[in-house]
Ligand binder design. Structure first.
Ligand code: AMP
Ligand code: MG
Length: 421
């Protein structure tokens, strides 16, 4: 590993000489710091969306629950062709009384249980009816249009595995299986703190030299899923004692503390010494990415500590790269890497190599190979927000790239997934 462990210390000269680490190595280390939350709770299915399932759920029923017709038509006592005497009518919700014999049929609607003896169902569009007899217009194969008991799920099949993030699909399957509740991991308790003398909340008196605290509301929005319980710790001044006290206090009741600002090596960057003063351990990481190079990882008591950089775009990128996996690690969710797509550039760009670079971009077309063509939105900078708003996602170039030309290969992380769950 290439870690830069400085448990209990913060030597700034050592830090400057550290080599850069990859996102993967840093994320791996972040995950090592996470112990899975063991407390679980039972919640009603409508409230379970977004939560992480605590154990395997086994089906008590078969699905479909009974053999039934997939179409409006006629259930036939034998397959193939022929003429069948219509002996009755069945709609969804009713139950068949008698079995069909080989020469009989019954008028049947979608969802109605088929009578015993049914070999197939012919769609009404493929049947002609005359004087109480039905004749399929083609040879109907055995089993056609009959949904058999258990063809989807058999009793005692596993429906949902432990560690699954529950979404609308699980709601559907669990409900179809007669369940009302789900056992889930308790929510991850996350505390969010901004640090900086210059920061003010909106609506609070602004003076010269002040800016609005952007990261805290942004992080709260990024964290706002049913999986987390967020505590807003507000803004702390650049003061070692004050930050130490806040961190120490938060560590008692949270699984994760996320701060922004103050993790570089400036004279007013107090976060790393504060973690140590709060009784924790801290590691400085310099990721080979742009924006978002400096981050801090640590532990204060049982709480994981994630120190994000102050520049909003850097804070945003590092939260996605590290914060999300940490929440997964704490909640025991099965690891899920972000969806990355191959893409092509529609722009020219000369850049200094050394760090993998993320930049807001949007899709402006499709290349000959069918890949998205990307254009940068505005001039990226770790403190700029407008290009982010205009973007469809983040484009990525490798660390050694010096020159991007129209048609150059890029990677793309889309923000939006219309089929996303
Ligand atoms: P720092 O990481 O504290 O050195 O901050 C880097 C830059 O990000 C500075 O220009 C800060 O003013 C700015 N910054 C820090 N925290 C925030 C925040 N919460 N919202 C907006 N900008 C911030
Ligand atoms: Mg600062």
């Amino acid at each position: 590993m290439e870690p830069l462990v400085q448990a209990g210390c913060c030597d700034r000269d050592t830090e400057r000489s550290q080599k850069l680490s990859s996102i993967e190595t840093t994320a791996e280390r972040a995950l090592q710091l996470c112990s899975r939350i063991v407390e679980t709770e039972v919640v009603a299915l409508p409230d379970a969306v977004g939560r992480v399932s605590a154990g395997d759920t086994v089906s008590l029923f078969s699905l479909p629950i009974h053999d039934h017709s997939a179409v409006d038509g006629y259930a036939l006592g034998s397959s193939g062709k022929g003429s069948f005497r219509i002996v009755g009518r069945l709609t969804a919700g009713e139950t068949p009384k008698d079995a069909l014999n080989k020469s009989e049929a019954i008028r049947i609607m979608t969802g109605a249980p088929v009578p015993e003896g049914t070999e197939c169902v012919v769609m009404q569009e493929h049947a002609s009816v005359e004087s109480g007899y039905v004749s399929p217009t083609f040879e109907v194969p055995v089993g056609d249009n009959v949904r058999r008991t258990g063809e989807d799920v058999r009793a005692f099949d596993t429906l949902v595995r432990a560690g699954t993030r529950l979404d609308a699909r699980h709601t559907a399957l669990l409900t179809a299986s007669g369940l009302q509740n789900a056992g889930v991991v308790r929510k991850v308790r996350v505390a969010v703190l901004s640090t900086g003398n210059e920061l003010r909340d909106t609506g609070v008196g602004m003076g010269p030299g002040h800016i609005f605290d952007t990261n805290r509301p942004m992080l709260r929005a990024l964290l706002s899923s049913n999986r987390t319980e967020i505590t807003d710790l507000g803004i702390e001044r650049d003061n070692l004692e004050a930050i130490t006290a806040t961190l120490k206090n938060a560590a008692r009741t949270h699984d994760l503390i996320i701060t922004s600002g103050g993790v570089s090596v400036g004279e007013e960057d107090h976060l790393k010494p504060a973690v140590v003063a709060a009784g924790g351990s801290i590691e400085s990481w310099r990721m080979a990415i742009k924006p978002g190079k400096p981050v801090a990882l640590g532990k204060i008591g049982n709480a994981v500590y994630l120190g994000l950089p102050g520049n909003p775009l850097a804070c945003f990128v590092d939260f996605l790269l590290l914060g999300r996996p940490i929440i997964d690690g704490l909640s025991g969710a099965t690891r899920r890497d972000p969806l990355v797509q191959n893409a092509k550039a529609a722009f020219e760009w000369t850049r200094r190599p050394g760090r993998r670079e993320f930049f807001p971009c949007n899709i402006v077309g499709t290349s000959e190979e069918g890949l998205p063509l990307l254009e940068k939105t505005g001039r990226a900078g770790s403190a700029r927000l407008l290009p982010l708003i205009e973007a469809d996602g983040l484009g990525v170039v490798d660390a050694d790239c010096t020159d991007v030309q129209p048609g150059s290969h890029l990677q793309f992380y889309p923000f939006r997934a219309d089929m996303g769950l």
